[in-house]
Design a protein around this ligand. Structure first.
Ligand code: ATP
Ligand code: MG
Length: 421
């Protein structure tokens, strides 16, 4: 029979990698809850219109990368390409906008984008994201950046750098945008075709184009940070002061932009050189106009999305601590039908006590059972035969030291709990 393969750009995650994912996701939940963020879960698919409005009609994500489908009622849906739009929809739909501010949510989700698969870029990928709504001051920006920074530190990722920029607000950006379009129009011929098309719809995006010619033009372009109004300027100054006070290193990077009108002020990325071309581990920014754009009240927001695969690549790159795979504390080998029943019974007792334990389910010989126990790295083994069942006593063996101890079979769980490494 012909084998069916997984879709291009997706991944299967099996042990021991899945153990690493569990560990990393655990850290995310731990750090996020320490910052007062609670988890939000939203549907994997939404009406296409949500992403058109929430991510933006002129973005690559919406124009080229979305997985859309029409369901049996004729409604057009899309698999989520990111998390923010759904969170904002859910906040509005569930009446959370009248909760005490700020609102703080995090999520760990799969996202879908039709992209060219390569290292650090897949079609189904995983993101840890945070969103904070209701706070317009720089302390909110600082909080989410500090959350990302804390997580990176706790995962032992040392090689990342925070790149920071401000793209202004609806007050100061129009004048800047005009200047930028004027400069870019004068250099139109040298821009790539995508950027030529962006010139009208989304000129800021040209500044982060990866094409070498566009990069060169972007280098000499007017910078948003030099055209900020007083409020945007002081917002940025306060934010950088807080970062400095907290020992979070940053560099101003004028190529970091978000092209859409509802993005305001702070934009940032954590970049890890050395993990390849897809080096942005985390991207975020402020979107004070997004809630209104999606039909809610005007409430400022800020957040980030962190790609989990790239995070794992960064961990590998800097040799970060990775927890050891979990091994059974006890493997119970048995000889004969009565002993097999007893082995299953004791194993269950251990499991009910929260101990990882195992016994034979294959009908293997005693020798083969012991070989298997060794393979799965059992820390202790215990052999049950007719005489053990009769006396109620058995010998438990420490597989590392070969030390043997006689115990009452019914006390197996207690022995393991008292002798855990
Ligand atoms: P990029 O420039 O790498 O395409 P982006 O601007 O499209 O990134 P965002 O929408 O800001 O990315 O998403 C936040 C984070 O999610 C990125 O910084 C990255 O770590 C991760 N990410 C985005 N797209 C992918 C993908 N196709 N595969 C794996 N991770 C991704
Ligand atoms: Mg992208």
């Amino acid at each position: 029979m012909e084998k069916i393969r997984k879709p291009r750009g997706t991944m299967d995650i099996l042990a021991p990698e899945s153990d690493l994912w569990i560990y990393v996701e655990g850290k995310m939940r731990d750090v996020a809850s320490r910052f007062g963020f609670s988890e939000i879960r939203t549907p994997t698919f939404e009406e296409l219109g949500l992403f058109k409005r929430g991510v933006g009609d002129t973005t690559d994500v919406v124009q080229k990368e979305m997985y859309t489908f029409t369901d049996r009622d004729g409604t057009v849906f899309a698999l989520r390409p990111e998390g923010t739009a759904s969170v904002v929809r859910a906040i509005i739909e569930n009446g959370k906008t009248s909760d005490p501010m700020p609102l703080k949510y995090y999520y760990i989700i799969n996202c879908f984008r039709y992209e060219k698969p390569q290292a650090g870029r897949s079609r189904e990928f995983f993101q840890f994201g945070t969103e904070m709504f209701g706070a317009k001051g720089p302390a909110a920006d600082f909080t989410v950046i500090s959350l990302a920074d804390t997580l990176l530190r706790e995962l032992g990722i040392t090689g990342t750098k925070l790149h920071l920029n401000s793209i202004g607000c609806p007050d100061c950006r129009p004048a800047y945008r005009e200047k930028l379009v004027e400069y870019l129009s004068a250099n139109r011929d040298k821009l790539c075709d995508t950027c030529k098309a962006r010139l009208e719809a989304n000129p800021l995006r040209i500044l982060d184009c990866k094409n070498p010619d566009c990069k060169e033009i972007a280098e000499a372009a007017p910078k948003s940070i030099d055209h900020l109004c007083e409020e945007c300027d002081s917002h940025m100054k306060s934010l950088t002061e807080m970062l400095e006070a907290a020992g979070i290193e940053y560099e101003i990077d004028t190529h970091i932009v978000r092209g859409l009108d509802y993005y305001t002020r702070t934009v940032f990325e954590f970049i890890c050189e050395g993990i390849g071309a897809q080096s942005t581990v985390c991207g975020g920014g402020r979107y004070d106009g997004l809630m209104e754009q999606l039909g809610g009240p005007s409430q400022p927001g800020i957040g980030f999305g962190m790609g989990i695969t790239r995070l794992l690549m960064a961990m590998e790159q800097c040799g970060a601590y990775v927890p050891e795979a979990k091994r059974p504390e006890l493997y119970i080998a048995s000889l004969g039908a009565a002993a097999a029943v007893s082995a299953n019974c004791i194993t269950t007792d251990l499991r009910r006590h929260g101990i990882i334990a195992d016994c034979d389910v294959m009908g293997r010989s005693l020798k083969a059972q012991m070989k298997y126990a060794d393979k799965i790295g059992a820390k202790y083994t215990l052999i049950l035969g007719d005489s053990e069942i009769e006396s109620g006593k058995a010998v438990i063996k420490n597989m590392k030291t070969s030390e043997q101890t006689e115990i009452l079979i019914k006390d197996a769980a207690e022995f393991i709990l008292n002798n855990k490494e």
